[in-house]
Ligand binder design. Sequence first.
Ligand code: FE2
Length: 299
Amino acid sequence: MSRRPLVGLLYNPTVPIVLDAIGERVDFIEVVPDRLWHDFGVNARHRFRRSLSAVEELRRYAQGRPLVGHGIGLSLSSETPLDERLLDEVLASHRTLRYRWYSEHLEVLLKSDRSAPETHAGIALPVVLDDDLLELVGGKVRRLGEALGTRILLENSTMLPTALDQDMSEPEFFNRLHRQTGCGMLLDLHNLHASTRNLGVSADEYLAELDPDLVVEIHLAGADRTFELPADSLSRPMLDEAWQWANTWAPRFHNLAAITYEYRESHHRRHGLGGIGRELELMRDLAAGIGESRASEMI
Ligand SMILES: [Fe+2]
């Protein structure tokens, strides 16, 4: 069995164009299940309406490629209880698409207020990294893993500048969560770039602090600036600096199983097939180099 990490794309409605043209460069597809249904809110009687045509198209284009799930709605860092109805919908999606693993984000999207138990914040709110959050997220990660029967990964989100006091660094949080629950990390190098710019910390120090066993998947992407801050718009090719981190650090992550490129469909034309193809080629070179060094280690 090849120990080369797989190379994949985050699925969006323009990904079939890429697969038709240069599908041989794409080993697997990452699926955001929350985009395969409409959610009319916690108070709706018929809350979810599934987009069966989107699921059918996805299955057609998967063509034997493994699928992995990448959720954006469970808001595992929120103080609100786990959204069981949303979890049921994620489970139904998993039964149909059989995700190899499932990831979510270290961020707060849902919050309680006086008018509603669960209100979408409209923006990913920063988290306070402390023991309480570790316990809260750890409990939900365990519950999600038991429900799905797959490995769970958590992705580093873009950290905005805040005056919040943190009891631990983000790498320490991920390391401890891994030790306590087995949760892996989805390391987003674009989000890391944005966070290091926004908070004035060193990316290399951040990466050196991560347990090398932790990282199972890497996200690559690029973005525009929002209000002069790097954000998570998935609108541009990856920066050279982030490619350098990928080439330096990815080979050190022994359990790295996948490298995924993310772009939004609204920026498909800006990337162009040539641009997406170039990123995929660079990713395949990186994955092949890792595969060769792993093979030589086994001799
Ligand atoms: Fe990401």
